[in-house]
Design a protein around this ligand. Sequence first.
Ligand code: PBG
Length: 335
Amino acid sequence: MTITDTAPPGPMARLRRLRRTPALRALVRERRVHPRSLVLPVFVSEADDAVVDVPSMPGVSRWPVTEVRRVAEEAAAAGVGALLLFGIPARKDARGSEASAEEGVVQRGLRAIAALDLDLVLITDVCLCEYTDHGHCGLLSERGEVLNDPTLDRLAETAVSHARAGAHLVAPSGMMDGQVAAIRRGLDADGFEDTGVLSYSAKYASAFYGPFRDAADGAPAFGDRRSHQMDPPNGREALREHVTDVAEGADILMVKPGLAYLDVVRRTREELPWHPLAAYNVSGEYSMVKAAAERGWIDERAVVLETLASFQRAGADLVITYHALDAARWLASES
Ligand code: PBG
């Protein structure tokens, strides 16, 4: 007797057996996205008196300090895990003074939200670009170059002011060398040993940030950010950025943008298996989905849930997404 005598006719393995019904598919699903692993970016504004919609990001608004509690309450009710706060100040100057001001826009917004004592992790973006009149992420030399070391103190002061206002995690996004160490030292010196650092450790100089810069009034007045953000073709270098930030005390790492850089997410997960990892599904990635959905070209809900699953499959633990509120609600009705 040979094997072929006893083998059933047809394919030996029928992978379709486990795909036949929703219940079978749900039973063998490898992973599920949970609303708790989603982070909603929130723009707090001093430049507006009312809630203002961002034209290039349908569904995203700029919230005056007096109104921002509304979005925080909505996020908590939907079961979202965290908020990531960005500030739009009324005044800008060369040093980005408002970034670290006790009465700054993020600090006031954060205190208003923290007072609600919601079941949400509060994270703040730490960078100078929304606060400088030139729109760059750091202090400038006379020739207009972004200075690294003189910027570090400003970032540390900013992070400490956020911790004082109630931030659980601070998220430096400026891609200055040594920024995590400077912030860590500043926090520890002020008694905030337990305030964590979510580092934008591998952040690329990406064209996908366009809509965000409209939303946050944060476009550079001249030049670009290629002297500090990473060069898009570089994959290996992301690992070097991550390990540097780990050595400086980063608690959570990040790959940004997320979708166009899923290979970097995967590589990070494989090379640094024990570190919490975030992916930032950035503004341009959001606006593309919105624009196509508005035209009826794609099914927004299906595309968003599929995208979130792909971040997880690639190895991200948490996802920062402007779709967080909708996604949390959609996930609640998923099997
Ligand atoms: C800088 C910052 C940016 C984003 C997050 N933090 C803009 C930039 O680096 O130019 C982009 C986020 C997005 O596009 O969704 N503070």
